[in-house]
Design a protein around this ligand. Structure first.
Ligand SMILES: [Zn+2]
Ligand SMILES: [Zn+2]
Length: 262
């Protein structure tokens, strides 16, 4: 190693000491101090559309303050259609704005597996703002992440929903089973597809692992995913789980698109 290389190496090590990679805002990349909640800088903490206002009573997505209804457009339609096999209740921590999108993209496409646990912490705090730990344990038997196809798993090296789900379930002291569901086939990206096309795209894409069939019977399940949009994915999974005897299927997502967004 030349003297110059050595100096550069020491210089880099020193930089790592002063600015460890964990000390950047997970949304904008600005340097932050260690004590920041959820590793977000002040600006991103403020810009995140935390879901603290009016919410759809069914799926939990944020409702406009001037929206007179208690359900979002999609849930009102599902209700009118007598949708029985879908999910029961949903929860989402933020609206799907630029900040939530940046964080999700870094986790899924930027190789930032470390963000999974931070989102797990956010999921936990959100649920703790709705329930206490005893209530949560009394409502749910198993926490299950939405599985991704094996091709994606190979490419990314991890399932982001599994990392989020583990972070959540460990904090909440709930049973976590990342292997309960299997992704039977890939799907085309949902972006740009209407509700019908989304349902057709996802139909038959999920199954239950044979070894889990008995434990699903009578279970109350909380599904974990990154984003909730039209609900076609969670509805499809809920109908598979319910056809095998699950008694309740709710979901918990980090972000939910606003009303009438598909
Ligand atoms: Zn930031
Ligand atoms: Zn809704």
């Amino acid at each position: 190693m030349s003297g110059r290389e050595w100096l550069r190496r020491i210089g880099n090590e020193m930089l790592d000491l002063v600015y460890p990679p964990g000390l950047y805002c997970i949304c904008c990349g600005k340097i932050i101090d260690e004590s920041r909640t959820y590793r977000l800088c002040n600006d991103c903490m403020r810009s995140m559309n935390w879901n603290t206002g009016r919410r759809c009573l069914r799926c939990g997505r944020p409702l406009a303050e001037n929206d007179p209804g208690e359900l979002c457009f999609g849930c009102a339609q599902r209700e009118a259609a007598g949708h029985g096999q879908g999910f029961d209740r949903g929860h989402a921590c933020t609206g799907y704005g630029a900040c939530a999108q940046a964080v999700i993209f870094s986790l899924k496409y930027g190789g930032r597996a470390d963000i999974g646990d931070t989102l797990g912490e956010i999921l936990y705090d959100y649920m703790m703002s709705e329930y206490d730990e005893d209530e949560l344990a009394a409502i749910y038997d198993i926490v299950i992440p939405v599985p991704i196809h094996s091709d994606k798993l190979k490419k990314r090296g991890f399932n982001h929903a599994e990392l989020m789900g583990r972070g959540f379930a460990e904090r909440a002291g709930l049973r976590f089973d990342p292997g309960a569901l299997v992704r039977l086939r890939g799907t085309v990206p949902m972006k740009g597809l209407g509700p019908e096309a989304r349902r057709a795209n996802i139909r038959g894409a999920f199954g239950i692992r044979n070894s889990r069939l008995t434990q699903i019977q009578g279970s109350r399940i909380l599904l974990i995913d990154d984003i909730f949009t039209t609900g076609s994915t969670v509805d499809e999974i809920a109908s598979v789980l319910k056809s095998h005897g699950a008694s309740r299927v709710d979901f918990l997502a980090f972000a939910a698109a606003g009303d009438m967004v598909i």
